[in-house]
Design a binder for this molecule. Structure first.
Ligand SMILES: Nc1ncnc2c1ncn2[C@@H]1O[C@H](COP(=O)(O)OP(=O)(O)O)[C@@H](O)[C@H]1O
Ligand SMILES: [Mg+2]
Length: 260
């Protein structure tokens, strides 16, 4: 069967530093993938390669019908644009335009990238702001919004582009703890109808367990282990996965004040 996304032997180096080593991955349409792993393991670099923000050193990425092969040279702008037009990314730090309102932020891509009229774009995105629970805040500027609200605008902005795959890179890591739940609830809602393909880098293990069809554990630029949440969280087969999860649980227990 033809998968929506096929990544083959993807490598990325920054100078002498090899950050991704031969990543192979196929993702089916509608699949929700959670990517977990220690800091520095290459999770962000992987998503950035899928989004065309980094140029891989070697390998290939197929999304939909379009395949890009990398050979160390800079790909043509047109090819990068085609990758970008099929992926939307949500960043840890929201990255909203500070001088635009919530509504304008969500419309921006439709108007500047897709050439839609402002009137048509504003009608189209109002439903999206509703979807993320922010219709009331459509005229607010980012500085007037909480981190959680800004991230919900960023999610609406990403959805506005109607991407084949939505990439979320630690979408709740920069939020105050009381704001995390609201953003996770929005993402959880998006996973419900099983149509939007998503790849989510997250440290929220309970969330990953609940929403993901598949969990990928990355370490040192490689996919070490992949499986259903029950497999990876319940019965990890690799020592490195076990060690990572054990450390995480010890951290959580400490935070909750257990074991005192
Ligand atoms: N632009 C860059 N230039 C040089 N090194 C980078 C760059 N981006 C990431 N790295 C390095 O690549 C490795 C993987 O980083 P990253 O993908 O951000 O990991 P993760 O998201 O899993 O924490 C790290 O060692 C990081 O320092
Ligand atoms: Mg990262």
């Amino acid at each position: 069967m033809n998968s929506l996304i096929e990544v083959k032997k993807l490598r990325k180096s920054f100078g002498k530093l090899d950050v991704l080593h031969e990543i192979d991955l196929a993702v089916e349409k509608g699949e929700v993938i959670a990517i977990i792993g220690p800091s520095g393991s290459g999770k962000s670099t992987f998503l950035r390669c899928l989004n065309g923000l980094e140029t891989p050193t070697a390998g290939s990425i197929k999304i939909g019908t379009h395949t890009l092969k990398f050979n160390g040279k800079k790909p043509k702008d047109k090819e990068i644009r085609s990758l970008r037009s099929q992926t939307s990314m949500v960043f840890q730090s929201f990255n909203l335009f500070p001088h635009l309102t919530a509504l304008q932020n969500v419309m921006e891509g439709l108007v500047t990238v897709q050439g839609m009229s402002k009137e048509a774009a504003s009608i189209q995105v109002k439903g999206l702001l509703e979807k993320v629970g922010l219709s009331q805040k459509k005229d607010a500027f980012p500085i007037q919004l909480s981190g959680g609200q800004q991230q919900r605008v960023a999610i609406a902005r990403a959805l506005a582009m109607n991407p084949s795959v939505l990439l979320l890179d630690e979408p709740t890591s920069a939020l105050d703890p009381e704001l995390v739940g609201g953003v996770l609830a929005i993402i959880r809602e998006l996973t419900k109808d099983k149509t939007q393909t998503m790849m989510i880098v997250t440290h929220e293990m309970n969330f990953a367990r609940d929403v993901a069809d598949r969990v990928i554990f990355m370490d040192d630029g490689k996919i070490i282990e992949t499986g259903t949440p029950d497999e990876v969280f319940g019965h990890p087969t690799h020592a490195r996965t076990k060690q990572f999860l054990d450390q995480l649980y010890v951290g959580i227990e400490k935070n909750l004040g257990w074991g005192l």
